[in-house]
Ligand binder design. Structure first.
Ligand SMILES: NC(=O)c1ccc[n+]([C@@H]2O[C@H](COP(=O)([O-])OP(=O)(O)OC[C@H]3O[C@@H](n4cnc5c(N)ncnc54)[C@H](O)[C@@H]3O)[C@@H](O)[C@H]2O)c1
Ligand SMILES: O=C(O)CC[C@@H](O)C(=O)O
Length: 635
């Protein structure tokens, strides 16, 4: 059977309450009419229950209308306030697809068992014709109280929509979009070709079970039927998987965008992650989820990854780049938190506070100055002088410490910090050593038995960077031998995936050792900053193609899309691709409105903005260019 394709003879029958608007209008009228009454919430709940039972087909429509109007006790004078409230509650996807509503005004009909008095002003504001609205009308007493509805109107009766549709007798295909059982009845009676259960505002399983299709937004309906729309791809079809308890701000931002979210608390292992990533376009993780090449090989829909942290060593960036998956992180949002923890630990450790505190809990009063020192005047050695190392350098100097640093890259020293020419030099000179290198693989066991051997007797040692950088058995040995007088360790080669898993490590139980569960960046402030920052990057990429701040993609900060279509072409960085792209535009006489290109050693990223009208073949030819990794169209 050939699929049904909309034509000029196709009629779109749209429900009003909870479809065109986010709410049931009578619920809102109740909020107005019952305002000030003590039993308001109770009555509103009764009204909502009646609405839901009616929508689910459990109550006759006539019963539902009558029961609700009685409880409402509303007045004609309250209708303007109702219209004003409803005008702010039009469903998001209807608001953004005004173009479709006006372009197809002759074919769009509102069929509702709601009331014309409030439906007409709302829908006509978005381009729908008043004469295409079929709904009930209120009846009033002499004082203007709403006492009922026009009972001659078929829409006031059970199966009223069916009766009305019979009378209208459309000559053409009919698509019904609605959230309720009465909308489905039109299709059931053979008066519509398709019924779309609309779930943007409410999800009614009994209705979904009957539907030909489910549309989580009007965008989905328009996309499926190739009708003109404001989104190139429906956002409700963009799936996001967020792991490791990312901040609720991030969840809210991505939800507000209209994406479909799967939010989970802990990390997943490789097989679990592969399963969870099926159909997912955006992945959000923190430090514990390993995104391996095998994971990426099995996530064909994945377009971008947000690391809600600084480190990205848990992601196979080479594989992600080869597959055209853009990775973003939050390089600055938690640096201050790490610095503050390092300062706090350093002071606690050099004062030998941990064993003293432990003894106090056992009732032992051990007042003595032995092995307790000030940090003032001590030499702090920073391994890695990046964003965290440099901030710690400044704060430590303010505490009166002499700062030394070693970095593989030639870095400008801040304040009076002294640059060491080698790691060995730094290890030999420092009283306190703090690691702040990135988590690249080569840094595995950067500090092992040899390095501990080079350190001063009684050194304070801290690692708040990445677990694999320190050889843990060598550290244990150095603590036991007294070489290391105190250690602050926040990161471990293996870390539990969730808070339910036991922490197993040889460092447990050693004296003057502060162990923390990778919380250097875990402050309310840092997590909120990250929760705000990373979604901004992900949305910039998804909505605009911008890769500014990406850790693996050529960085491009693009102008906002305005009245044009944006074609994004990601390809292997081999010669001649830009020429091939432009030859296609020339062949189809397409005028380029803007073009941006950036490459790195692996891939090239070409963005071209063109006018909206062009042949469908253009897109196919661009996709078919040899060495194309991914192609995307945005508008
Ligand atoms: N504990 C936490 O919760 C927490 C929070 C944030 C960041 N981190 C980690 O802290 C580390 C530092 O973060 P950052 O933002 O300062 O990173 P950064 O990239 O700004 O700085 C890292 C620096 O280390 C240097 N470096 C790399 N390898 C080195 C080596 N072998 N010897 C000397 N220098 C080396 C780099 O050149 C760079 O200057 C990262 O590993 C990050 O993942 C941990
Ligand atoms: O919050 C996390 O899981 C990681 C924090 C930190 O290691 C980072 O890389 O920013």
């Amino acid at each position: 059977m050939t699929p049904l394709v909309p034509t000029d003879q196709t009629y779109y029958i749209i429900d009003f309450d909870s479809t065109f608007t986010k709410v049931e209008a009578l619920d809102i009228l109740g909020e107005i009419s019952l305002s000030g009454r003590n039993d308001r919430d109770d009555v509103l709940n009764q009204i909502k229950t009646i609405t839901d039972r009616g929508m689910a087909g459990e109550l006759s429509l006539a019963q539902s209308i009558q029961l609700r109007l009685k409880l409402l006790n509303a007045h004609r004078d309250q209708l303007p306030a109702l219209v004003e409230r409803l005008s702010t509650m039009v469903s998001d996807s209807f608001q953004r697809n005004r173009g479709f509503l006006t372009e197809h005004a002759d074919q769009i009909f509102i069929v509702s068992s709601g009331f014309r008095e409030f439906i007409v002003p709302i829908v006509t504001a978005l381009g729908i014709k008043a004469e295409n609205v079929y709904a009930n009308t209120f009846e009033y007493d002499e004082s203007g109280n709403i006492v009922g509805c026009d009972e001659e109107n078929p829409l006031s009766k059970d199966r009223g929509k069916v009766k009305l549709m019979r009378e209208l007798n459309f000559d053409g295909d009919v698509f019904v979009i609605g959230d309720g059982y009465t909308d489905y009845e039109i299709r059931e009676s053979g008066l519509a070709n398709k019924f779309y259960a609309f779930t943007e505002n409410v999800v009614r399983p009994t209705v979904i079970a009957k539907a030909d299709h489910v549309a989580a937004s009007l965008d989905e309906f328009l996309f499926d039927n190739k009708l003109s729309r404001s989104q190139s791809y429906p956002k409700s079809r963009i799936k996001v998987l967020l792991l490791e308890n990312v901040h609720p701000i991030a969840v809210a931002l991505l939800e507000k965008e209209g994406f479909s979210l799967d939010v989970r608390k802990g990390a997943l292992d490789e097989d679990e992650l592969i399963e969870a990533l099926q159909g997912v376009h955006i992945l959000g993780i923190r430090s514990k989820t390993n995104v391996t090449r095998r994971v990426l090989d099995n996530a064909p829909k994945l377009m971008t990854i947000g690391a809600f942290c600084i480190g990205t060593n848990q992601i196979d960036l080479t594989a992600a780049t080869e597959k055209g998956i853009a990775v973003f992180n939050a390089p600055y949002s938690n640096t201050r938190s790490v610095v503050e923890l390092a300062v706090g630990e350093m002071i606690m450790l050099i004062r030998n506070i941990v064993p003293k505190s432990n003894k106090m809990h056992e009732g032992v009063w051990d007042k003595s100055a032995t092995n307790s020192f000030e940090v003032r005047g001590k030499k702090l050695g920073l391994v890695g002088y990046g964003n965290i190392g440099t901030q710690l350098s400044v704060v430590a100097e303010a505490l009166g410490m002499d700062v030394y640093f070693y970095d593989v890259v030639d870095k400008l020293s801040l304040g009076n910090a002294r640059k060491c020419q080698s790691l060995d030099e730094l290890l030999a000179v420092s009283d306190v050593i703090s690691l702040h290198t990135d988590g690249r693989k080569d840094n595995k066991n950067l500090i092992g038995a040899r390095e501990f051997g080079l350190m001063k007797q009684g050194v304070i040692f801290m690692n708040l960077s990445r677990g694999h950088i320190v050889d843990i058995p060598a550290l244990v040995e150095a603590i036991k031998s007294g070489k290391v007088a105190g250690a602050g360790i926040d990161v471990f080669p293996y870390e539990p995936k969730t808070n339910n898993e036991e922490f197993m490590n040889e460092l447990r139980g050693l004296p003057n050792v502060i162990l923390t569960p990778h919380v250097g960046g875990s402050t309310e402030e840092a997590q909120a900053n990250i929760g705000q920052f990373v979604p901004g990057k992900l949305l910039g990429y998804m909505n605009n193609g911008s890769t500014y701040g990406s850790v693996n993609f050529p960085e491009l900060q693009l102008p906002l899309l305005h009245d044009s279509h944006r074609l994004l072409h990601i390809h292997a960085n081999v010669p001649g691709i830009l020429a091939k792209i432009n030859n296609i535009f020339a062949k189809y006489h397409i005028n380029i409105q803007g073009q941006y290109l950036k490459t790195n050693e692996t891939i090239g990223y070409v963005i071209t903005d063109i006018a909206k009208e062009y042949a469908d073949e253009v897109v196919q030819e661009l996709k078919d260019i040899d060495n194309t990794i991914r192609f995307r169209l945005l508008y």
